[in-house]
Write a protein that binds this ligand. Structure first.
Ligand SMILES: Nc1ncnc2c1ncn2[C@@H]1O[C@H](COP(=O)(O)OP(=O)(O)OP(=O)(O)O)[C@@H](O)[C@H]1O
Length: 321
């Protein structure tokens, strides 16, 4: 587990809307969320639509008051804290929330003046490649350009912690890389980063810590390797992995019948060089019995590999209805 200092802690956070007296009654959107984000780490929140990610971020930022539980943002209750705390936190909203008629340079210069120790503007312009549209009003910018301006606006105050709601949504690969590089830089500077995304490959690539939300609760959390290395049903049972191997020759049906596991043919036909998959290798003993079978039939695979479980696999397991 990480030893970096926590910059955000949610404990048992519940958030409900409606009133018991109304026809619809009370709907609980968050049902006890526990989450810790640390300085110098990227904490990624993922989950299906409606899982409660934005509501969690809103409670974390002090925009919504939880109906129960506690939130500590840089050691303070964000719902009660004043402007001093807000100046230490950067927020990039999903829809940008930018003033449409203003030009990015004017906006960023203005926001920089509100902070004691702003990020040098030229450096931010270079890192996010903003120079070509600094003097175009925000209304006229493309979606991806607006995203980058919104990110710059979240960072210009040199925050200690930033919240990024889907920071790379709608960005082309080049801009996405700029954003990834910048997130890497923030991390190396000891800034805490809390982000939501629907792009699981991106989550896997960026995250130090992942929280999977479903129906208003955290259903799984850990590092990517902890999550992808743990079984879906039992936290103490290592997950089985799919092994694939290339056979240097055609195997007979008798040889295949002797195999200790059900094999799946991954290529078109059982020819020399064909790839076979063994769906569930769960232990070294399973590997040994596979090797013993190869020895019995005199087959030395040309290539063997494990197919790594991804965050996407874990996501599908936990988000199944
Ligand atoms: N004020 C509200 N009144 C009623 N329902 C609400 C309110 N705010 C949010 N919800 C509901 O709570 C659930 C969680 O919403 P939230 O926006 O936090 O989800 P999300 O995980 O961010 O979703 P998405 O991935 O679609 O952005 C949704 O079903 C939403 O409709």
């Amino acid at each position: 587990m990480s030893s970096s200092a926590a910059c955000l802690r949610l404990a048992g956070v519940r958030y409900a809307v409606g009133a018991a007296s109304s026809a619809r009654g009370v709907t609980e959107i968050l049902s006890g969320v526990d989450l810790t984000a640390r300085r110098g780490e990227v904490t990624v929140i993922i989950g299906p639509n409606g899982a409660g990610k934005t509501t969690t971020l809103s409670c974390a930022q002090g925009l919504l008051r939880p109906s129960a539980g506690t939130v500590h943002l840089l050691g303070e209750d964000p719902f009660r804290a004043g402007a001093g705390l807000r100046a230490r936190v950067g927020v990039m909203l999903q829809d940008g929330g930018l003033p449409q008629s203003v030009k990015p340079r004017t906006l960023l210069t203005h926001v920089a003046k509100l902070h004691q120790d702003p990020w040098p503007l030229d450096n931010l312009i270079e890192r996010l490649d903003l120079s070509r549209f600094l003097s175009t009003s925000i209304r006229r910018l493309s979606g991806g350009q607006k995203q980058r301006v919104a990110l710059a606006a979240a960072l210009i105050g040199s925050p200690e912690l930033v919240f990024l709601d889907e920071p790379s949504a709608g960005l082309d690969p080049q801009s996405r890389q700029l954003v990834f590089d910048l997130i890497g830089h923030l991390r190396s500077q000891g800034i805490g980063i809390v982000l939501t995304t629907h792009l699981l490959e991106e989550a896997q690539h960026l995250a130090d810590s992942v929280y999977i939300l479903k129906d208003g609760v955290v259903v799984r959390h850990g590092t990517v390797s902890e999550l992808t290395g743990i079984g879906a049903d039992d936290h103490d049972r290592p997950a089985s992995r799919r092994l694939s191997f290339a056979s240097p020759r055609i195997m007979t049906s008798g040889e295949l019948d002797e195999a200790p596991f059900t094999l799946e043919l991954d290529s078109d036909s059982n020819r020399a060089g064909a790839r076979w998959g063994v769906p569930a290798i769960a232990s070294p003993a399973d590997l040994a019995s596979l090797a013993a079978w190869w020895e019995r039939i005199g087959l030395f695979p040309a290539e063997i590999s494990f197919e790594a479980r991804t965050l996407e696999d874990v996501f599908w397991e936990v988000s199944a209805p």
